[in-house]
Design a protein around this ligand. Structure first.
Ligand SMILES: Cc1ncc(COP(=O)(O)O)c(C=O)c1O
Length: 388
């Protein structure tokens, strides 16, 4: 029995919530945007309450205890020693990535990454006229792996500048192994690329497989920029807080300039206290939420194999985003998305939102009370069995 009650649905409607208030239907089951339908850990709520009672909400600066909490958390949880100077707080990773693309790259230069790819990255690429060199992942036996030859080829093009790695990977659910991370790093080193590692999902490890920070990989530290945040794991994305971690002094200076010149906004009073509470006191809650999401995943797998066996379930390692393969049905991702939404009032994310490589798939967020997931799956069963 879980100490925290993740099973009880919370009404998030009319709270300005993207996932629920972008609604079209009263009985909508939203399984899309990447946040959880669970309240944040009590320690976070209490810290915010205390800060709220102070009553003055002017501009804020992170205090030393903030940096200590980041250092202590990553050391204890992930065996990663971070120096104080390496940490640059930001209010959002997407904004930070945009600033990095703008300042560290020139128009026409190439950014290399794996596809399918988190859709929030696309504007940073398009708006800055840089070239997306996406390396399609290989899908086999319900699992994605990297096409290393193709990656090496893209990396070797003279105008390739940044390699972006997402770990755990959204939307494939992969946690890259140490060997895979070493491969990414070696390719970046061989071709003199900056490696940006987006580790925003690093706390969401519902099946017990822990992630390895890219910073622990041999030889990469000098060209590495890591983006981290408690936003996903502790479900505080709406508070806008994260950190860019760069140990190399010259590279860090370039990152600082990029954030500054591109007006990446300052952190907020509540974001700072929430991060500190999460990293100092939130571990028990985090373990519990991971356990619940792990059970949701097992539930989804069993439900689909018993009721919608032609739907494939990609093996989930990290994130709470499952990636379902509907290629056995002759409908595009867009059609499945539209019909599930309009006929069954279930909102998933169409695979093609993550690039053309996502065709035939849909992304389903399982960080919600089980009864909600069950109802969503029941409606999916009605839909897919009507196509059989
Ligand atoms: C891989 C990845 N990076 C970044 C973000 C967004 O980060 P932020 O809210 O800090 O901009 C998301 C949100 O889903 C994500 O999945």
């Amino acid at each position: 029995m879980n100490k925290y009650n993740f099973s009880e649905p919370r009404d998030r409607r009319k709270s300005g919530c993207v996932k629920w208030d972008d609604v079209y239907y009263d009985d909508l089951i939203p399984l899309w945007v990447a946040d959880m339908d669970f309240p944040a850990a009590p320690c976070i709520q209490e810290a915010i309450q205390k800060r709220m009672e102070h009553g003055v909400y002017g501009y804020v600066h992170e205090m030393e205890s903030y940096f200590e909490s980041v250092q202590q958390w990553f050391k204890k949880r992930h065996n990663w020693t971070i120096s104080r100077e390496a940490i640059q707080p930001v209010c959002g990773l997407v904004q930070a990535l945009n600033a990095l693309c703008r300042s560290l790259m020139k128009e026409g230069e190439g950014l290399i990454t794996q596809a399918p790819l988190y859709n929030g990255f696309f504007p940073s690429i398009d708006n800055n006229n840089i070239v997306l060199r996406s390396n399609p992942l290989i899908y086999q036996d319900h699992k994605y792996t990297v096409d290393w030859d193709n990656l090496e080829e893209s990396a070797s093009l003279p105008d390739s500048k940044i390699m972006l790695v997402c770990n755990p990977h959204n939307p494939s659910g992969r946690i890259w192994t140490r060997e895979e991370l070493q491969h990414f790093a070696d390719i970046a080193i061989r071709h003199d690329l900056i490696l940006v590692s987006d580790e925003i999902h690093c706390e969401v490890t519902p099946l017990g497989m822990m992630y390895t920070p890219m910073a622990l990989i041999d030889g990469i530290q000098d060209r590495l920029i890591t983006m981290t945040s408690p936003g996903k794991g502790f479900n505080i994305a709406g508070l806008g807080i994260g950190n860019i971690i760069t140990e190399n002094r010259q590279l860090r200076e370039r990152v600082s300039q990029a954030l500054w010149r591109n007006f990446v906004p300052e952190v907020t009073a509540f974001g700072v206290v929430a991060l500190e509470a999460a990293y100092r006191e939130g571990e028990e809650w985090l373990n519990a939420v991971n356990e619940y999401i792990g059970e949701n995943y097992r539930f989804l797998k069993d439900y689909i194999s018993n009721n919608i066996p032609r739907l494939g379930v990609t093996r989930l390692e990290g994130t709470y985003l499952t990636w379902l393969d509907h290629r056995a049905y002759s409908f595009s991702s867009e059609e499945v998305f539209e019909r599930l939404l309009n006929e069954k009032h279930v909102r998933v994310s169409a695979g093609t939102l993550y690039g053309k490589e996502g065709e035939g798939f849909m992304r389903v967020n399982i960080a919600c009370p089980r009864c909600q997931l069950e109802e969503g799956l029941r409606r999916m069963k009605d839909f897919f069995t009507s196509l059989d």
